[in-house]
Design a protein around this ligand. Structure first.
Ligand code: C2O
Length: 498
């Protein structure tokens, strides 16, 4: 692991996490990337060094710290085309930000095209010295981070922008593909009667995973960096971009138990020949595969999750009871073969939205891409609904908002509204074709914030908008040291060369 002040080298390397060797884009030389650790309140200074050399993949990069609000440092959010230009090969960029009031389970990933599908994804944990649940568990360290990822045998660009089909699911960077070799599975070691805080991260390009540990119940205490009231479940579905902390008591007889991560589509669901599995091994158990069976009686329902602190949603307790009410439907345009939001596909602008604002653009009509940028006034309650259009388009779509956590007043798994004690998080499942989710948040953080489907293939096909929050303040902010580094070649190049 690395601490809050560190170099993060992005380089190519050939790896074979599921027995099939390919070139990958790695952070710190491993898949998943090196764990970044800090404590609440820490100032992070992460120097990203781009050493990419493989021309079959993108050689520039940009890193997003998923879930970190970037309060007062929106320039460090790392989304190429929104907050900065890509970092060029052989160049570096220092992300300097504070985890001011946040603690929990986060992750980082490339936010340039579909580059993270080629490997650039890792865990980012902010530990909380005042964790209200501290007394409920004994172990919370690197061994209790469980990453779930889909893995591809082709490079992301080979699909020409179209979704690829994952070959395998990697749990902590290990997995097996159909008809592939019986490569080693990940092992999570526990001691009997100890209580573990597992931090489960869906660093997925596409599928949602149904996660379970045979014979063990999981007490959910955190969703996306927000404490929840404790909820005991047998399994949980976790969508691309989402995280949960769960407490598990190793209270079963000493032995081996399957850890399961079943993808919902595209990555061949099911558990044959060790696919989608890892092993929970008690100290003293033989080194052998488990023989346990899958039983889930109580899956997690997001609508049953509640925020632990200040749970009331901002605004009035009825539909539309907010200062700004937005309804942005997602659809698909078969002519341009792009996803759309309220009719507009997000086509990455050559000049990042941040730079457009710094150059004087203030209103939605002036900001590019056309129809994709919404300006939001400061200090208002926003209510946003994200309905489908009745046509099944590769959902359910998990939408992620940068710069904020939001109250999920209507979950994708429910038709009920909850203003009293909804869960707060940063990535929400919006359900299937006729689904919808409604979220609320307060515009207390100036910045150009991406809102997009976290199925990376869908983002690449335009399923995104930008909320330009408090554009005046963005433009007035004192230029940080890195201001002119956002697009180092901005002055010397014409916009189409950026
Ligand atoms: Cu996890 Cu816009 O990202």
């Amino acid at each position: 692991a690395i601490g809050p002040v560190a170099d993060l080298v992005i380089a190519n390397k050939r790896i074979s996490p599921d027995g099939f060797e390919r070139s990958a884009v790695l952070a710190g030389g491993t898949f998943p990337g090196v764990v970044i650790k800090g404590r609440k309140g820490d100032r992070f200074r992460l120097n990203v060094i781009d050493s990419l050399t493989d021309n079959t993949m993108l050689r520039s990069t940009s890193i997003h710290w998923h879930g970190i609000h970037q309060q007062g440092s929106s320039w460090a959010d790392g989304s190429a085309s929104v907050t900065q230009c890509p970092i060029a090969a052989n160049d570096s960029f220092v992300y300097d930000f504070k985890a001011t009031a946040q603690a929990g389970t986060y992750w980082y990933h490339s936010h340039l095209s579909t580059q993270y599908c080629d490997g650039l994804r890792g865990a980012f944990i902010v530990y909380d010295p005042n964790d209200p649940y501290k007394l409920l568990y004994d172990v919370d360290d690197e061994s209790t981070i469980i990453t779930l990822a889909d893995w591809y045998h082709e490079v992301a660009l080979s699909g020409g922008g179209l979704p690829l089909t994952a070959a395998s699911t990697l749990i902590n960077g290990k997995g097996r593909y159909i008809d592939g070799p019986a490569t080693p599975l990940a092992v999570v070691n526990v001691k009997r009667f100890k209580r573990y805080r597992f931090r489960i991260i869906a660093m997925s390009c596409d599928p949602a995973f149904t996660f379970a540990i045979d014979k063990h119940q999981l007490l959910v205490i955190e969703a996306d960096g927000e404490y929840t009231t404790p909820l005991l479940v047998d399994s949980l579905q976790i969508f691309a971009g989402q995280r949960y902390s769960v407490i598990m008591l190793a209270g079963e007889p000493v032995g081996n138990y399957w850890i399961r991560s079943d993808p919902d589509f595209r990555a061949h669901p099911g558990f044959d020949n060790g696919r989608n599995l890892a092993i929970l091994r008690y100290a003293g158990a033989p080194v052998a595969d488990p023989t346990t069976q899958y039983v889930t009686k109580k899956p997690l329902k997001e609508s049953s999750l509640h925020a632990l602190f200040n749970p009331v949603a901002p605004g009035k307790p009825w539909k539309g009871g907010a200062d700004v009410v937005l309804n942005i439907a997602h659809g698909f345009d078969f002519n341009s073969f792009h996803y759309t939001m309220n009719g507009a596909p997000f086509i990455p602008p050559t000049v990042p939205v941040m730079l457009q604002i710094l150059s004087g653009a203030r209103s939605a009509q002036d900001l590019l891409p056309p129809g994709s940028v919404y300006t939001l006034p400061p200090n208002k309650v926003i209510e946003l609904s994200l309905p489908g259009t009745g046509v099944e388009l590769g959902g359910p779509h998990p939408f992620h908002l940068h710069g904020h956590t939001f109250s999920v007043v209507r979950s994708g798994d429910s038709t009920k509204y909850n203003y009293l004690n909804p869960v707060r998080r940063d990535t929400v499942n919006t359900g299937l074709a006729d689904g919808n989710a409604t979220i609320r948040f307060v515009t207390d953080n100036a910045g150009p914030w991406f809102l997009h489907c976290h199925i990376d293939w869908h983002l690449e096909l335009g399923l995104a908008v930008v909320f330009a929050e408090d554009t005046r303040r963005i433009a007035q902010a004192d230029p940080p040291a890195a201001w002119d580094r956002l697009c180092p070649k901005y002055d010397s190049l014409t916009p189409d060369q950026l």
